[in-house]
Design a protein around this ligand. Structure first.
Ligand code: 5GP
Ligand code: MG
Length: 176
């Protein structure tokens, strides 16, 4: 186990196996006009593993959004940090994020893309917290539902660190 990590919540093996399933769930609904939109930086690792399991012609775009600003709680405000937006015209957009917490990020991003000419917009998250979300929205594809606790690894950070862990873990008290 890595320094600062108290327990492994979802192992590397289990994560990888579930992503096989998620890729299939997405493709079974159709293989055409797919555009993967990765929400940086957290979804970088997950998205890279996900879209490499999708052997179809697809487009890839990234959006830089921020709501946690490196801490342990949502600031309640979703900031779009990009100055320009990709062209979503006629695309079946799949927005990929690491984790669904308050739901604010996914809802804001999906609304924005839907209003920008996309054919359709779906959402895929590796993790969703089992709690009452602040918005009236549910992600279309969910890897794992976890408790309402702060997790790191596999793209998810604490103050910019821990993104490189190959599993989903919980930090020890003294790492915080
Ligand atoms: P939401 O807008 O749904 O509240 O939050 C989504 C974003 O908050 C995620 O993309 C992620 O960046 C961050 N986030 C939410 N929960 C956690 C968590 O448990 N750990 C980490 N590292 N980031 C989280
Ligand atoms: Mg994020």
């Amino acid at each position: 186990m890595h320094e600062g990590v108290e327990k492994i919540l979802v192992s590397e093996e289990v994560v990888q196996h579930r992503i096989d399933g998620l890729a299939k769930e997405i493709l079974v609904k159709g293989e055409d006009n797919i555009m993967i939109v990765v929400l940086l930086k957290g979804a970088l690792v997950f998205a890279a593993d996900l879209f490499r399991r999708m052997p179809v012609m697809l487009d890839l775009e990234c959006l830089n959004v921020s709501s946690y600003h490196g801490g342990m709680e949502s600031s309640g405000v979703v900031k779009f940090l990009d100055t320009t937006m990709p062209n979503f015209d006629g695309k079946r957009v799949i927005v990929v994020d690491d984790i669904y917490d308050t739901g604010l990020t996914m809802k804001s991003v999906c609304d924005k893309i839907q209003n920008s000419g996309a054919l359709s917009v779906e959402s895929c998250v590796l993790l969703a917290k089992d709690k009452k979300h602040d918005v009236d929205y549910e992600p279309d594809y969910v890897g794992f539902t976890i408790g309402d606790e702060f997790v790191v690894g596999y793209g998810l950070d604490y103050q910019g660190k821990y993104r490189n862990l190959p599993y989903i873990g919980v930090l020890s008290e003294d790492a915080i």
